[in-house]
Design a protein around this ligand. Structure first.
Ligand SMILES: C[S@@+](CC[C@H](N)C(=O)[O-])C[C@H]1O[C@@H](n2cnc3c(N)ncnc32)[C@H](O)[C@@H]1O
Length: 358
C-alpha cells in the first residue's frame, strides 16, 4: 500500500460512518501532480466500486429475499475480480457493515471532486503531469475491466461494474467546456450529423481511447488521424502518452476546434497534436496518409462512403489500422470482407474494434 492509499484509508476510518460536508475535508498538503493524480483516480474508483456493492447487495436481496446475506461473505467474493484494483482496502472493508458503504461512497466522491478542484488551481505544467499520471493509472484499470469482461463472456454472464464514466472529470484538466455548443445553429436540412449539444455523451470514453492505444501499440513516429474529432479528447490522450506520434483531428464545428487547439497549446502539445476545422464530406479535400484512423460515428451515409473510399485507396499503398467506436463498425466489416482484411480485434462487446488492412 502506498502513502496515498494509506491516506485514503485513514480518512475513511476517521470518517467513521458520518456523511461529511465538503468543507470538513482537506487533501494532503502540498501534493505533487503524481500524488494528486493517485488521490483522484483511487477516490473516483472507490466511489464506483462502492456504488457497485450497493447495487449488487440490492439485487441479491431481491433475488433471494429469504436468505440472510452475510456482509463479509458477500464482500469477499468481489475482491477476486471486480474489486481487485482496490485490494488494498480489503481488510478494512471486511471489518465494516453495509451501512458504512454509502458514507464511503460519498466521502470518495468528495475527495475526487476536491482533487479536481485543487488541480484546476495549478499551472499547466502541473496539469500536464497530473493528466499523464491519471491516464497511465486508469489505463491499467480499464485493462483489468477488459479482462474481466472476457472471462464473464465465456460463461455468458454480464459484467455488472463499469468504469466507462468514472474518470470523466479529467476533462477539467483539458478545459473541455461542452457548453460552447449552446446556441449552436442546427442545420435541419444539412446532411452532416454534428451532435449539437450532446456534450460528453458523444466524446469517446477515456477507456475506449486508452484500450485502443494499448492494443494498437503504434510504431514510433506514426501518424494518427481522428476523423470527426469533436472536442479533442482522443488527441489529448494520444498526444500526452505518445509524444512521438503525429496526431491530426478534423472536425466540422469550428468552436470545438478552437477549444481543442487552445488545450493543445496550453499543454505544449502543438508540435505534434493539431486540430483543423474541416468538412470531410468536401470532394476536394483529400485525407492525408496515416498509419491509424479513428472513427466514432461521425458521418452521414454519403460522407462515410466518400471518406472510407479514400481510406481503402490509401490501404492499397500502405498498411493502415482503423479504429471504430459504435456504429462505424458496420461499415468497416463490409469493407474488410471485400478487401480480405483479417478479422478485427473487438473490445467492450464490439463497441470498440481495431481493423488492420494486413
Ligand atoms: C461522435 S463525435 C466523436 C468525437 C471524437 N472523435 C471522439 O471520439 O471523442 C463525431 C464528430 O464528428 C463530427 N462530424 C460529423 N460530420 C462531419 C464532417 N462531415 N466533417 C468533419 N467532422 C464531422 C461531429 O461534429 C462530431 O463532433
Amino acid at each position: 500500500m502506498n502513502s496515498i492509499q494509506k491516506w485514503i484509508l485513514d480518512s475513511i476510518k476517521k470518517n467513521n460512518s458520518q456523511i461529511l460536508k465538503s468543507n470538513d475535508l482537506s487533501l494532503p498538503p502540498k501534493a505533487n501532480p503524481e500524488e494528486l493524480a493517485q488521490l483522484y483516480t483511487f477516490s473516483a474508483l472507490i466511489a464506483t466500486c462502492m456504488d457497485f456493492l450497493i447495487q449488487q447487495h440490492w439485487i441479491q436481496i431481491q433475488s433471494f429475499p429469504l436468505q440472510k446475506i452475510q456482509f463479509k461473505n458477500f464482500l469477499s467474493a468481489y475482491f477476486e475480480n471486480e474489486l481487485r484494483p482496490i485490494f488494498f482496502m480489503k481488510e478494512s472493508l471486511l471489518e465494516l457493515q453495509l451501512v458504512d458503504i454509502q458514507p464511503i461512497l460519498k466521502l470518495c466522491q468528495m475527495m475526487a471532486e476536491l482533487s479536481i478542484t485543487q488541480m484546476k488551481c495549478e499551472n499547466f505544467i502541473f496539469k500536464k503531469e497530473f493528466s499523464i499520471s491519471v491516464l497511465k493509472k486508469i489505463s491499467d484499470f480499464f485493462e483489468h475491466e477488459n479482462q474481466m469482461l472476457i472471462e464473464k463472456n465465456k460463461i455468458n454472464l454480464p459484467l455488472e461494474i463499469s468504469l466507462y464514466r468514472t474518470f470523466d472529470a479529467l476533462d477539467a484538466a483539458f478545459d473541455l467546456d461542452y457548453k460552447q455548443d449552446i446556441g449552436m445553429k442546427v442545420d435541419l436540412l444539412g446532411t452532416e450529423r454534428l451532435y449539437e449539444g450532446a456534450g460528453i455523451g458523444v466524446q469517446s470514453g477515456y477507456s475506449t481511447v486508452l484500450t485502443a492505444l494499448r492494443y494498437l501499440n503504434p510504431s514510433k513516429n506514426s501518424r494518427f488521424i481522428d476523423l470527426g474529432s469533436g472536442y479533442g479528447r482522443v488527441g489529448f490522450v494520444v498526444g500526452l502518452l505518445r509524444p512521438d506520434i503525429d496526431f491530426i483531428g478534423y472536425e466540422y464545428v469550428p468552436h470545438r476546434i478552437d477549444v481543442s487547439n487552445k488545450t493543445s497549446k496550453n499543454f505544449e502539445l502543438q508540435d505534434h497534436v493539431h486540430f483543423h476545422t474541416q468538412d470531410l464530406s468536401q470532394i476536394d479535400f483529400k485525407i492525408p496518409e496515416a498509419e491509424i484512423y479513428y472513427l466514432y460515428d461521425p458521418f452521414s451515409k454519403e460522407t462515410y462512403q466518400h471518406v472510407l473510399s479514400q481510406l481503402v485507396e490509401i490501404s492499397h499503398r500502405k498498411n493502415i489500422s482503423i479504429v471504430t467506436k459504435g456504429n462505424a463498425r458496420g461499415w468497416l466489416l463490409e469493407i474488410s470482407a471485400n478487401e480480405k482484411w483479417p478479422a478485427p480485434l473487438e473490445f467492450d462487446n464490439s463497441n470498440l474494434c481495431l481493423f488492420r488492412s494486413a
